[in-house]
Design a protein around this ligand. Sequence first.
Ligand code: GRG
Length: 302
Amino acid sequence: MVNQANFDLKAYLLEMRERVDNALNEYFPHVDGLTTDLIEAMRYSLFAGGKRLRPILCMAGAETVGGEGRRVLPVACALELIHTYSLIHDDLPLMDDDDLRRGKPTNHKVYGDAIALLAGDGLLTEAFSLMTSSYATGQIAPDRLLEAIRMISGAAGHDGMVGGQVVDMQWEGKKADLETVKFLHTRKTGALITASVVSGAILVGAPESQVRAVLSYGNKIGLAFQISDDILDVEGDSETMGKMAGADEEKGKTTYPSVLGLDESKKIQRALVQEAVQDLKEFGEKAEPLRQIAHYIIERKK
Ligand code: GRG
């Protein structure tokens, strides 16, 4: 039972991360055979030291509405697979052409462009297989599972992450306005973060009013997360972040600081976090992880 007064976010994140790592290891063991290279490329990025924020949000979303986090573990892990695929593809020479991710050489630097592309494809496809596996365990009501998968698909697809990525690429080197940067951020990064926390609530059977409250929270922290990523790119330390700082400016990316400046961007992210925390007031102590995660999102150093 979460207790507001002595809730320790660091310990919580560590425990949840371990839970996700163990489950991912179980779902994705090393395999000897003709596809070993592919499996190893998938595992390389999957176990490269990510924060596991999306799966943790999914489990915390379930717990906030009174459900059990473990019940949503397959979907939580599937969100990490989708996220990892997007990072592998984003780093490819034909997109951002990055050499470093999570402090390690990017997937294509180790396995080559073709295997990296296919490792991303494999992770994305496997995510959907993993999500549907919840049906067989009988832990999740089928209508709830379908609803969560529908929402996650939308968040990952053309009106979510993929669409945001396209706008991101097309606006490189151009001067964008606030509406454009918000459009791009809420899709490229925000959508999957929002879907993570909301899917957790949906899967454990939260009533519509609670799903709406969690959705409102998710929309705000999703945007705040990408603004903080923009700010970290300006102020962060490459070694701590495990990727090169200053890359956005170098590539002429559309970011909050480039459109509004650093001070205004920080003001907006703080306001978003405050509003997100307000969205959770009906949930009491059970929402303490989500409240503190909202603050963590803008205070993190990587
Ligand atoms: C290629 C379809 C496709 C989409 C790519 C998410 C994305 C869209 C690109 C990644 C580029 C990027 C650095 C976006 C900024 C926000 C972001 C997703 C940061 C990384 O997420 P974290 O901080 O990473 O949760 P870890 O490594 O902790 O998992």
